[in-house]
Design a protein around this ligand. Structure first.
Ligand code: KG4
Ligand code: ZN
Length: 334
C-alpha cells in the first residue's frame, strides 16, 4: 500500500498557494504567497492586479512546495487545482500551471471547488463524520452545506446579498480600518465593553438563508445620524454591535440546521471562521448541544492550497479525474 501524494494549487482570489498533502490528511508542505500588502493600497482585490501577482508567483510557489516536501514530481499521484468559483483571470493562472505541470510529468489533473476545499481543510485536522454540517463564511461566501458523505454537498442556506466577510470588510472601511477589515473588527469588538444595538436579519422563520446588506446600511446610517448631530462614532462600540449581530444570526441558524438534520459533526470554514467571537459562540452552543464542532486553525481557514489538495485527494480516491480541457469556472456550483 503505497502512500498517496497530491499537489494542490489555489489561485482563485489573492493568495498564490501550493501544497503537498499525504494520504488526504497529512500536510507535507504548505506555501502561501499573499498579495494582501499590494491589495491594501486599493482597499480590496483588483482582479487584473491579482492575476499579475499570480503569474509572477505561481512557479516559485509550486517549486517551494515540492522542495519543502522533499519530493520530486515523480513521487506525486495527481495535481489538484481550484477550478472555481473565483476571479476568472486568477483561476486561469492556477489551472494553466496545473495543466503544464501535469502534462510535463504525466500526472492526472483534478478540478476542485473552492468551497469543497474550505470544508476539507477540516480533514487535515480530524476525520470527517457524516452527516456533517458545514458553515462556510468567507469574503465571497456565506453558506450552510449538508454533507451525507464524501463528495456530496447539499446547499441548505446561503446569503441573499453580501457575504459575511464582505460585510466585515465594508463596515471596516466605514470605520476607517485597513483592508481586510475582519480581523480588525474582531479585535475591536472583543476589547469593547459596550455595543451599539444593530438589527438581526432573521428572514423567514424557517429559512437558512442569510442577509448582511441591511446590517451594513444600519451601520452607515448610525454613523451618518450621529455625525449630523455633531457626535463622533466610537469604532469599538460599532464593531462590537456589528459583530454581535453577525455572530448571533450565524450561530442560531447553524444550530437550528444541525438539530433539524441530526448531524454528527459541525464544522466552520472560510476566512470569517477565524473570527474569535464566532468561534466562541459556536463552541459554546455545540458543547451544550453535545454535537462535536470543529474549526481548523487560522492558516487553514483562510485561502490555502492544502485544503485544495485534501479535497482533491478525496476526489482522486473516488476515481474522479479532470480533463486537459479544464477551464476557469467563476460561478461554479458546489
Ligand atoms: O476565505 P478567505 O481567506 O478568502 C475568500 O475566499 O473570501 O476569507 C477572507 C475574508 C475577508 O473578508 C476577511 O475580512 C475575513 O475573511 N476575515 C475575518 C477574520 N479574518 C479574516 N472576518 C472576521 N473576523 C476575522 N478574524
Ligand atoms: Zn476562500
Amino acid at each position: 500500500n503505497k502512500d498517496m501524494y497530491i499537489l494542490g494549487i489555489e489561485t482563485s482570489c489573492d493568495e498564490t498557494a501550493a501544497s503537498v498533502v499525504k494520504n488526504g490528511h497529512e500536510i507535507v508542505s504548505n506555501v502561501v504567497a499573499s498579495q494582501i500588502q499590494s491589495q491594501q493600497r486599493f482597499g480590496g482585490v483588483v482582479p487584473e492586479i491579482a492575476s499579475r501577482h499570480h503569474v509572477e508567483q505561481i512557479t516559485l510557489v509550486i517549486e517551494e512546495a515540492l522542495a519543502k516536501a522533499e519530493l520530486s514530481p515523480s513521487d506525486l499521484d495527481a495535481v489538484a487545482v481550484t477550478e472555481g468559483p473565483g476571479l476568472v483571470g486568477a483561476l486561469l493562472i492556477g489551472i494553466n500551471a496545473a495543466k503544464a505541470f501535469a502534462f510535463a510529468n504525466g500526472l492526472p489533473i483534478i478540478g476542485v471547488h473552492h468551497i469543497a476545499g474550505h470544508i476539507y481543510a477540516n480533514q487535515l485536522m480530524q476525520p470527517m463524520e457524516f452527516p456533517l454540517l458545514a458553515l462556510i463564511v468567507s469574503g465571497g461566501h456565506t453558506e450552510l452545506v449538508l454533507m451525507e458523505n464524501h463528495g456530496s454537498f447539499k446547499l441548505i442556506g446561503e446569503t441573499r446579498d453580501d457575504a459575511a466577510g464582505e460585510a466585515y470588510d465594508k463596515v471596516a472601511r466605514v470605520l476607517g480600518l485597513p483592508y481586510p477589515g475582519g480581523p480588525h473588527i474582531d479585535k475591536l469588538a472583543l476589547g469593547s465593553e459596550e455595543a451599539v444595538d444593530f438589527p438581526r436579519a432573521w428572514l423567514e422563520p424557517d429559512s437558512y438563508d442569510f442577509s448582511f446588506s441591511g446590517l451594513k446600511s444600519a451601520v452607515i446610517n448610525y454613523k451618518h445620524n450621529l455625525e449630523q448631530k455633531g457626535g463622533e462614532v466610537n469604532p469599538a462600540h460599532v464593531a462590537a454591535g456589528f459583530q454581535q449581530s453577525v455572530v448571533e444570526v450565524l450561530t442560531d441558524k447553524t444550530l437550528r440546521a444541525a438539530k433539524e438534520y441530526g448531524v454528527k459533526q459541525v464544522i466552520a470554514a472560510g476566512g470569517v471562521a477565524a473570527n474569535k467571537g464566532l468561534r466562541a459562540s459556536l463552541d459554546a452552543v455545540f458543547e451544550k448541544e453535545g454535537i462535536p464542532f470543529y474549526v481548523p486553525p487560522i492558516y487553514l481557514c483562510t485561502d490555502n492550497a492544502a485544503m485544495i489538495a485534501a479535497a482533491g485527494s478525496s476526489m482522486f480516491e473516488s476515481g474522479k479525474r479532470g480533463s486537459m480541457e479544464m477551464n476557469g469556472r467563476p460561478g461554479m456550483e458546489l
